[in-house]
Design a protein around this ligand. Structure first.
Ligand code: NA7
Length: 544
């Protein structure tokens, strides 16, 4: 029970990554009291934890940053197109220092529960050190891909070597030299780490469940002229980012892949391939994500590239994907496929010969046992709902979020920001927002600004609670599903659909209409006095 004024905040924020830091800044600027609780002992969020070899951002760094402060844009300079994790972490520390954010962040503290009190309309928040605080607003800034998935293989506890998950990497350097290393998983993290580990390890065994379509990253240092020009034109660049579908100013060709001849298509795809990066090839035509035949032209283009790069035809065959290109999260790489030409690298297809168990010595598949000194799980995350379900969040009448969403099967949000039955609760980059399929900082800034504006509106209009209406969230969830069902995304097994986690209900918890369109929808909701939300004044009078 709370008596101490010091334990009350206007807002409690969970997490000090890109989202939490900016939310704190924005609320402070607007005169709200706010505190972040962060489990790590530093800022950074996923960039604090993802320290695996080769970890780097795969959106161009000039877009993968905050854009809210001109001064910050002037003061910070990225070294290259895709900087490594330490540089991104330095950036977030720079931001925390520049805006003096640390004084309102409590590190090494995990929020375990947040319960809404119907009586006083406050959130009671508990942390793992036993602290109890209350807040008018409870805001999650927990990321979409932060709840690590370590598959439940039999025998992991008997493994005598060392093992790590890419998303929870130790701070000390892990030494692979003269080690027999196994990497399970070939998503973005596996594809980034495998070439780096292969160079160091005595032997590397890659356990692949699903092959990947990967495009060369074409990373390179930025030169002075480019940096100067970027900084001088940043307001125009920002405008283009906001008007784009994914938060990166890439012009999508407005033609169907099927309207071009094979030769013309090859030229377009080659051009995109040479530019590199995760977004370019998908933008080569306007129907790659929606039309099977169009999609196949891009998929086949990449398969041919794999065949050209990988010398052993058997390995090349195993590396060739057959699902729809783009429907799993696109990937870019630096010498990923070429790594399988190395003498010290073995590729194991675990769809062909599944992993039976982990033994004291290594990994046993149905075919053979692979002896290993170190095992790396690049096995991804329980995406979107996973990080939220790690906190015991209860709304009105003590109803748990996990229960309302039926463990994820009935996930319903309004705009990916709020959910009915949970007044004054806001999710940054929540399920059914476009965030995780966009350049994250752009989506994060939009959510944070929308939430901060909303709280100011509530204050000005003396509104005590805001809560999504059930019919509004039903409509939004349906809209998300309809948009996804018109694409090839929802027809493919991936972490987008929940298929990567054993037992996780399937769904498509991402808005695919584009960040440009989404921004318009969110702004329209706000302009119409928060249409789709019920607003209650302090006297518990319904204002709408
Ligand atoms: P991802 O993209 O989810 O990749 C995880 C990989 O691990 C993927 O290849 C999975 O195969 C594989 N996996 C997962 N579980 C198993 C089991 N049980 N056995 C074998 N292989 C398995 O995670 P990342 O960390 O690489 O990337 C996450 C995001 O971070 C990325 O998209 C960016 O947004 C940043 P599958 O494909 O499921 O068959």
């Amino acid at each position: 029970f709370l008596t101490d004024q010091a334990d009350r905040f206007d807002a409690v924020i969970v997490g000090a990554g890109f989202s939490g830091l900016y939310m704190l800044y924005r609320l402070r600027e607007a005169g709200f009291s706010a505190r972040i609780y962060e489990a790590a002992d530093g800022v950074g969020g996923v960039w604090y934890w993802n320290r695996y070899p080769g970890a780097r951002c795969d959106s161009d760094s000039i877009y993968y940053n905050y854009t809210f402060s001109d001064e910050l844009i002037k003061e910070w300079t990225w070294s290259s197109r895709y900087p490594e994790q330490p540089e991104i972490l330095r950036y977030l520390n720079f931001v925390a220092d520049k805006f003096d954010l640390r004084r309102d962040i409590q590190f090494k503290t995990r929020i375990t529960s947040a319960h809404y009190n119907d009586g006083n309309s406050m959130w009671n928040v508990l942390t793992d050190d036993g602290t109890s605080v209350s807040a008018n607003y409870f805001i999650t800034a927990v990321g979409c891909l932060s709840s690590a998935n370590i598959p439940n293989f039999k025998g992991l506890n008997r493994f005598e070597g060392e093992w790590y998950h890419t998303g929870n990497w130790p701070h000390e350097k892990v030494d692979f030299e003269s080690k027999r290393v196994g990497v399970i998983g070939t998503g973005s993290s596996g594809v980034q780490s495998i070439p780096v580990i292969a160079k160091e390890a005595k032997h590397l065994t890659v356990f692949q469940r699903t092959p990947q379509y990967s495009v060369p990253a074409r990373n390179h240092p930025y030169n002075e002229a480019f940096i100067r020009e970027t900084k001088e034109n940043y307001s125009e660049i920002k405008k283009q980012m906001l008007e784009s579908r994914v938060g990166i100013p890439i012009k999508r060709n407005d033609r169907s892949a099927l309207d071009d001849t094979p030769e013309e298509r090859k030229l377009k795809f080659e051009e995109a391939w040479n530019k590199g990066g995760i977004w370019t090839l998908g933008a080569a035509y306007n129907d790659l994500a929606i039309n099977e035949a169009a999609n196949e032209t891009a998929a086949e283009f990449i398969r041919v590239k794999i065949k050209e790069k990988v010398h052993d035809p058997e390995a090349a065959k195993k590396l060739m994907p057959s699902y729809y290109y783009l429907a799993k999260r696109p990937i870019c790489d630096t010498h990923y496929y070429e790594t399988f030409n190395r003498e010290n690298v073995t590729l194991v297809d675990v769809k062909e010969s599944p992993i039976e168990k982990i033994t004291s010595k290594g990994v046993k598949t149905t075919e053979t046992e692979y002896e290993l000194d170190t095992l790396v799980f690049a096995t991804g995350y329980d995406a979107m709902t996973g990080p939220l379900f790690k906190i015991d969040i209860c709304g009105k009448e003590g109803k748990a979020l996990k229960e309302k969403w039926d463990n994820g099967a009935q996930t319903r949000t309004y705009l990916g920001i709020a959910t009915a039955g949970f007044p004054n609760f806001f999710m940054i980059t929540g399920p059914e927002s476009p965030s995780v399929i966009s350049n994250m900082p752009v989506s994060i800034e939009q959510h944070v600004e929308w939430i901060a504006d909303c709280l100011q509106y509530l204050r000005v209009h003396n509104i005590e609670t805001i809560e999504a209406k059930t019919e509004a969230e039903e409509a939004w969830s349906k809209h998300c599903k309809d948009v996804a069902d018109a694409t090839l995304y929802s027809k493919t097994e991936s972490w987008y659909t929940g298929a990567n986690i054993a037992g996780k209900p399937r769904g498509f918890l991402i808005y695919l209409g584009g960040v440009d369109q989404y921004r318009k929808i969110c702004n329209d909701v706000a302009d119409k006095g928060y249409k789709g939300f019920s607003l209650m004044s302090s006297g518990k009078t319904a204002l709408r």
